[in-house]
Design a protein around this ligand. Structure first.
Ligand code: PGA
Length: 244
């Protein structure tokens, strides 16, 4: 039985003072109930702070990216082992903002997922179509191609990841996919994962998730939780989503 996993993605927001209040509110406000999990993915410099404040709480933490390399002369990169050192449970890989602004290709996303797993960190592999791709009727094809690269990179380890469906047109736009639109894509992702032998991988929906729409999205049979950007910057809002 799959529970509901809610992961906050702070993106490039925050600062020591601001984070302190936000993290303390999460630690205090979250009491894991059966089948409910909450985590936040913070910018790299604040992993130590997240570890300090959230250790001993029931809130997990993670990073928003990871290098595809294990170690070496890769200036500016952060390895999976470094994330593990700071207690990261999760690393987001292949977020559409990484694909769009940093030219990340499907193969790179697969390699990053593999690198995270090798370090004992669970990758949250993101897939999702742009508005132009949706309008052209190619949503299925696009997410299949993006997921396929992760499937190919991981083999039997595929069962140990989390997948997030994040339609690009719904990210930060206030325009959420309807629960039915999300379910339709999630059902296809589920079939693809099951074909590849990964039966119970959590499938998160992301894109303008907030407390007001989370319950309807979470009620869909193949929506196992949410990847929450903007709304995760408000601790009470994130807590409300995680309880949905
Ligand atoms: P949003 O972002 O909730 O602000 O739309 C989601 C994401 O990009 O992970």
């Amino acid at each position: 039985m799959r529970g509901k996993l809610t992961v906050g993605n702070w993106k490039m927001h925050g600062g020591l003072t601001e984070n302190a209040g936000r993290l303390a509110a999460l630690a205090k406000g979250w009491h894991a109930t059966a089948g409910r999990t909450l985590a936040v993915c913070v910018p790299f410099p604040y992993l130590a702070q997240a570890r300090e404040v959230l250790s001993g709480s029931e809130v997990g933490w993670g990073a928003q990216d990871v290098s595809s390399h294990a170690a070496g002369a890769y200036t500016g990169e952060v390895s999976g082992a470094m994330l593990a050192d700071f207690g990261c449970r999760f690393a987001i890989v292949g977020h559409s903002e990484r694909r769009q602004y940093h030219g990340e290709r499907d193969e790179t996303v697969g390699a990053k997922a593999r690198a995270a797993l090798a370090a004992g960190v669970t990758p949250i592999a993101c897939v999702g179509e742009t508005l132009a791709e949706r309008d052209a009727g190619t949503t299925g094809e696009v997410v299949e191609r993006q997921l396929g690269a992760v499937v190919d990179a991981l083999g039997a380890d595929l069962a140990r990841i989390v997948v997030a469906y994040e339609p690009v047109w719904a990210i930060g736009t206030g325009r959420t996919a309807t629960p039915e639109q999300a379910q339709q894509v999630h059902a296809a992702l589920r079939r693809r994962m099951q074909q590849a032998g990964a039966r119970d991988v959590p499938l998160l929906y992301g894109g303008s998730v907030k407390a007001a729409n989370a319950a309807a999205l979470y009620a869909m049979p193949d929506v196992d939780g949410g990847l929450v950007g903007g709304a995760s910057l408000d601790a009470n809002e994130l807590l409300a989503i995680a309880r949905s």
